[in-house]
Ligand binder design. Structure first.
Ligand code: ZN
Length: 135
């Protein structure tokens, strides 16, 4: 069966990493499903999701890594109409979804794999859609 739910995340900064692991785990617990997979998706072109460690130094490293890959001071054409080309490019690079295995009713992810929402054009309210597919 498929269990669907969603929650919102209010971001506070232009660029921000928000750990949404606990919200995702709550939805998965509510699903009652035990084996299968979990899709988490953000329906936004200027946000993304990723899995990795929640450590303050690494969070800073992620932000500077993204800045180095997608510099702010370039003449992006999209900025003619909407001053957020770097946010779109970041969403393309990182992807707006994560798929994780579900085992024994829990996310079967590594100890250092927390789920992060990447805000790149905040502050905004972001929708996070969760589909738990399994039995
Ligand atoms: Zn735009």
């Amino acid at each position: 069966m498929v269990y669907s739910a969603e929650f919102t995340v209010r971001t506070r900064n232009k660029v921000e990493l928000v750990d949404i692991t606990s919200q995702a785990r709550e939805v998965i617990g509510n699903s009652g499903l035990k084996e299968g997979m979990v899709l988490v998706f953000v329906p936004h072109a200027t946000a993304a999701l990723y899995l990795n460690e929640h450590e303050s130094g690494l969070l800073s490293d992620v932000l500077s890594f993204l800045r180095s890959l997608i510099p702010e001071n370039k003449a992006y054409l999209h900025n003619r109409i909407d001053d957020n080309a770097t946010a779109h490019l970041g969403s393309i690079l990182l992807k707006p979804f994560v798929v994780m295995p579900l085992r024994a009713g829990q996310l079967d992810v590594g100890t250092w794999q927390n789920l992060f929402l990447v805000e790149m054009d905040g502050p905004r309210t972001r929708r996070v859609i969760v589909k738990v597919i399994g039995e």
